[in-house]
Design a protein. Sequence first.
Length: 325
Amino acid sequence: MLKEKISKQSILILVLIIILLGSLFTTLKVKEENARLKERINQKEIQFELISESVAWYDAGQFLEKQKKYHIQYAPLKENITRIINSNAIGTYGVYFEDLNTGASIGINEKEKYLPMSLFKVPLMMSILKKVETGEHSLDDKVILTVNDLDSNSGLLYLKGAGYQTTMRELIDIMITESDNTAMRALANRYLDDGDYFKALSIMGLPTTTDSRTKVSAKEYSNIFRSLYFSNYLRRPFSELALTILLDTKFNSQIPAGVDERVKVSHKVGFDYGTGYFHDCGIIYVPEENYILCIMAKNTTQENADLVISKISESIFDYKTDNLK
């Protein structure tokens, strides 16, 4: 009896040692990844192309010197956008534009509230990347889909079925670029609780409730992209990673359709065909003239949203590039 008890205790101790060693190994691996990342940053092997130069390599003097040449007036641009909406729009549109060099902004119905639809997948991504940044998780974490993850409402990952193995990084890519709900559920089910998500939303000045009908304005939502651009929630490498993933969004019939195809656009769409919500928000990287554009629409059609949003985007792009000539 005593031997059996000692044997069980020995097995329990061995199991605990194995668990502790595994946890230690994972922690050391994540720390090693972060150390390599820091070294690459120090050696400037990572090129920060998508975040603000002021938080990448510029010192204060360089940044202030560069700002001296920015004197664009945006009143005529606001008139152009208003004309486009009045002449073409079905339903209600909210527009917010912000010059990322000067902070100058214009808006049309920019405080009107809309259901965000899939736009909130961006702060979800940021919340998860924050956990990678702190070493709590790794982008290489293995994830096996379960029945509870599968969602056929948006995206095709659900077709892989329960038991499909992937990684955190792949799920983040699919959630953002394809607006996939199964990827979103798989990530949220494993890596987030309400506290994590609400903290990210609060830091970025967004509503923090569990109500799925919570609405947000174009001006409010722009805080997310501003946060990424100036890297004031995530560290620089993770802000750059998030914006790089957003470059590959597969839905490009709205904001990107209005700019030169060579121009980079980090953006996210949100839509619901049934209720007539169509949104597109992001950063447009015109050389020397980066800007945020967030356009939200409700009670409209995809065709009308594509038309109006692309026309507004084209009007802003033309205005910005004309001022560079």
